[in-house]
Design a binder for this molecule. Sequence first.
Ligand code: GAF
Length: 378
Amino acid sequence: MNGHQQVFGVAPDGAWSAPGRVNLIGEHTDYNEGFVLPLALPHSAVATVTRRADRVLRLRSRDVGDAIVELSLDRLVPGEVRGWAGYPAGVAWALERAGHRLAGADIHFASDVPTGAGLSSSAALEVVTALALSELNGLGLTEAELARIGQLAENDFVGMPCGILDQMASASCVDGHVLHLDTRDLSGRQVPFDMAAEGLRLLVVDTRVKHAHADGGYGRRRAECEAGAAALGVPFLRDVPFEKLDAELARIDDEVVRRRVRHVVTEDRRVARVVGLLDAGRPREIGPLLTEGHLSLRDDFEVSCPELDLAVDTANAAGALGSRMTGGGFGGSAIALVPEESVPAVRDAVLAAFAGAGLAAPRIFEAVPSAGARRLAV
Ligand code: GAF
């Protein structure tokens, strides 16, 4: 399967898959212990794995050429495995650090999650590796434990200070649903999101841009949120009550921190309102909340960029019910909730707007809420 036998000369013991995601709403709330509402994409990373008798890890990706990355489980050092292999190697490292003793493995990856697009291609690699190694080593990890291992790999092995949104989405989503997740205790509820029944489509516009300051900007936003929580004397911004927001904001001297706080607190509120509308069977009405979330990310949190704003403004003007950037920002993708009959008009308008602005054509596709990580039949 997927070239595993040709590359490693042995048949795989099994195959596993983990998807990328889009976040319907709830952005930059996860590291504030707030709420998120992701759905898994049909795009996923597939890993075929053969267990080895030694402590060698051999990693190969169909998507990045022929090289096999060979590592020892006894000598995994944070920061020393560059590029895509850092994610699976980091997962092995995180599992061992959590006290699990792993057997070596030959792992072959094939992913169709667009990379660098803010669609969690890294989390897909992490979660598929964690699930495969958990099952092959009899660890029996829960979805939340798999996600935590992926996050630990990314935070402490790769060095990206992400929250838990992407890994939980990849590990736990269910097809036809969005996951209403409380990132404080990782309790969640699957909320039905049957767009087709309502004549709706969720379009993803991958702008194909990633601005250079993305990682530094993300870390700075985290620090500003921590400063906001400290100024208000709460452990996390999730603990600031929406009802008292104006009074709380008045207690913050720093104008930038004040806006960061306002985004996070209002975003948690928007997640609750979107869930309320979905539960009430009124998905069309979430559109304005999506757009409101985008404006908050653009103006208060300052993580949008001209390409994302162009995608959002153009989609809305061409008939979308609402649109927003999704994921960390500074480039990457936007989503647009579009009535079926307006899909061609929105697509054409966005393509024309990018061409008119002298930008490369964005990749536009439909996000169908899909299944989370699972074992595949080989
Ligand atoms: C990135 C991070 F990896 C997530 O943890 C989350 O913070 C997101 O940006 C913003 O909501 O995808």
